[in-house]
Ligand binder design. Structure first.
Ligand SMILES: [Zn+2]
Length: 376
């Protein structure tokens, strides 16, 4: 991913999975295994919610985000702890089989923590906070910090859920933590979210009515959902997730914010919930740093980066496979601060090796990735 592809090249691996050499051909070598397809480093799934894995096949497609959230909040607690834990474990195993080496994973609670701790996958946990009532800021922040402390996850951060679910004082409190690790936020996943942040009307008012949340304090009038928060953060590494309803004016605003921004595409989830794809060719033309995420099994049939690549390619056949693989490896590793360990075949590292068939239909893990420890 950090150099041009080598046709009939040779990757020399140590028994440990460490990259020993990359050679232009097999001249003079013995014991060379020959594979047909692309050899790529292990994938990085830049956006997932492992703790929602039990909601696979529980929610209806194409309802739009408001009814998706309403349904999700009703159903997520209708399962036993055992069912939730078992589904998270199966989902982790599926990601291993799909050649995923690292995951940026959202957590609202600690139910999936034990799965992440025992998994060979590298997890960065985003402890996600929500709260639209400005009165609750100190309590919400205390809870999030306590959760982070309990988890003892070295690689974790406290992050806002979305512009419409986090009050301005809460957003400011998160920004004030001045975290050195990456942050993330669900950005412009629906048209309704922009309308709500512009003039406090539309479908989201129904969401707050259903939850019995008073929004009379809310001062709308922002140009867009992005405009409501992006300047609260300064020089921060942030992944904007979804961006399905992000206008060219929002891209300009994001670029001006001075933050180190990554744009995560969760194509299958966007099709599931809003039945719309983000304008990926526009993002490419704008030179944005793109990554790939699966979102959760609540809005996806699989946790497979390769499935996401296939969906993007079906919608935009002109996008080169090299670009898609770069988003799925190199860029995701850079987002999670793992460029030294994952996302490319750097000598001496163990980024994992995936064999991807040329038609992109299947994948085989040739070598598993190995990274430094995640937890204390
Ligand atoms: Zn999400």
């Amino acid at each position: 991913m950090n150099q041009s592809p080598i046709e009939n090249g040779v990757l020399v691996l140590a028994d440990s999975g460490a990259i020993e050499a990359i050679l232009p051909n097999a001249d003079g070598l013995m014991d060379v295994e020959v594979y047909e397809g692309y050899l790529a480093p292990g994938f990085v799934n830049s956006h997932c919610h492992l703790e929602l894995s039990h909601l696979q096949n529980q929610l209806t497609k194409h309802t739009g985000i408001v009814d998706f959230i309403l349904s999700l909040q009703t159903k997520r607690n209708n399962f036993s702890e055992e069912q939730i834990a078992d589904a998270a474990m199966q989902a982790d195993l599926q990601m291993q089989a799909e050649g995923i080496a690292a995951v940026g994973d959202i957590s609202n609670n600690l139910s999936s923590l034990w799965v992440k701790k025992q998994s060979p996958i590298y997890y960065h946990t985003f402890f996600e906070v929500l709260g639209f009532n400005p009165a609750n800021v100190s309590q919400i922040m205390a809870n999030a910090l306590a959760m982070q402390n309990t988890a003892k996850a070295i690689n974790s951060s406290i992050v806002p859920h979305a512009p419409y679910s986090v009050s301005k004082p809460l957003m400011q409190a998160i920004a004030a933590l001045a975290q050195t690790q990456p942050l993330t936020i669900h950005n412009q996943e629906s048209a309704a979210e922009n309308i709500f942040m512009q003039n406090a009307t539309g479908n989201f008012t129904r969401l707050y009515e259903s939850f019995g949340i008073d929004i009379s304090h809310f001062d709308a009038g922002f140009d867009s959902a992005l405009a409501a928060y992006i300047d609260i953060f300064k020089s921060q590494k942030i992944a904007l997730v979804h961006n399905t309803f992000m206008a060219p004016s929002d891209i300009a605003l994001a670029k001006q914010s001075g933050n180190d921004l990554y744009y995560v595409i969760c194509a299958n989830a966007n099709l599931f919930i809003e039945n719309k794809m983000p304008d990926i060719p526009l993002f490419q033309a704008e030179g944005l740093t793109l990554c790939i995420g699966t979102d959760s099994l609540a809005s996806n049939a699989s946790l497979s980066v390769l499935d996401e690549i296939r969906t993007i390619q079906a919608a935009f056949p002109a996008i080169a496979i090299e670009s898609l693989l770069e988003w799925a490896t190199l860029n995701g590793a850079a987002f999670l601060g793992l460029s030294e360990q994952l996302g490319a075949f750097h000598l001496g590292t163990k980024p994992g090796v995936n064999l991807i068939s040329k038609d992109l239909k299947s994948l085989r893990v040739i070598a598993a990735a190995s990274t430094q420890k995640n937890y204390i």
